[in-house]
Design a binder for this molecule. Structure first.
Ligand code: NAP
Length: 247
């Protein structure tokens, strides 16, 4: 993967952080795009201290101009991106009857339109290169539903549909597009959802066949495969990382 430039949105925390670290450890040059630019830069420095190549960039995925600016900087500093992992996401809903139009629209903007825009911004590089790998992080809540997360689950379900369409449209260019819907993964987002009372972690652990909550590295390992050379015949797929739930 040493000649590849990878872009990871939401790459400074949780699952995105583990993916950024893993792709860099596997030899990719990683552009970490996150709304929290200082966290992205701090992670890039930490990756470089361990011998990897990474840059941290500020970009809100709800702002197409910011995505384009971040990608331009990534192209200049690291070369044309041919790997994209969309991990930026936020669960911000609440009880259904209390969801405002503003919250609903923001949830769709971050969790669905941000993925659309990031894919559209990077795909021309991949077409030019005749090679590309996209992994969209969705959520196992698309299988189970999740009370209090209507906008989030609707958006993540849209990500699965978007993934399938892109897989079909771009296969002829050597580009694969897959989605990973994680189960419960120990990250700041999950801890926040538990604190709000939307998830009972003990109950969910008891319902997980492997008997534990997932770690961000569990998701990163699957992304490492899906973005590798040898995954070229895997496209349009949804690869769950959920400890055996939703089988
Ligand atoms: P996380 O630790 O909160 O990481 C998400 C990262 O995305 C954070 O750095 C966050 O920045 C950033 N971000 C938020 N809004 C953004 C925006 N508009 N533009 C750019 N970056 C933005 O969460 P995580 O658990 O790792 O989640 C990663 C992905 O996995 C998300 O798509 C999530 O929906 C999905 N997922 C997670 C779980 C789980 O159990 N953890 C399960 C299913 C799916 P701030 O911290 O500054 O907001």
């Amino acid at each position: 993967m040493s000649s590849r430039t990878a872009v990871v949105t939401g790459g400074a925390s949780g699952i995105g952080e583990a993916i950024s670290r893993r792709l860099a450890a596997d030899g990719a040059m990683v552009a970490i795009l996150d709304i929290d630019g200082s966290a992205a830069e701090a992670l890039a420095s930490s990756i470089e201290l361990s011998g990897g190549k990474a840059i941290g960039l500020t970009a809100d995925v709800t702002d197409r101009a910011a995505i384009d600016a971040g990608l331009n900087e990534a192209r200049t500093r690291l070369g044309r991106p041919t790997i994209l992992v969309n991990s930026a996401g936020l669960s911000i809903d609440g009880p259904f009857l209390e969801i405002t139009a503003e919250t609903w629209n923001r949830s769709l903007a971050i969790n669905l339109t941000g993925t659309f825009d990031s894919c559209q911004a990077v795909l021309p590089d991949m077409i030019e290169e005749g090679w590309g790998r996209i992994v969209n992080i969705s959520s196992s809540s698309i299988h189970s539903g999740a009370p209090g997360l209507a906008g989030y689950v609707a958006a993540k379900s849209g990500v699965v549909g978007l993934t399938k369409v892109l897989a079909l449209e771009f296969a002829k260019f050597g580009i694969t597009v897959n989605t990973v819907p994680p189960g419960f993964i120990d990250t700041p987002m999950l801890r926040n959802t538990v604190e709000k009372g939307f998830i009972d972690l003990d109950q969910q652990t008891a319902r997980t066949p492997v008997g534990r909550i997932g770690q961000p590295e569990d998701v990163a390992a699957v992304c490492a495969f899906l973005t590798s050379e040898e995954a070229g015949y895997v496209t349009g797929q949804s690869i769950g990382v959920n400890g055996g739930r939703n089988t």
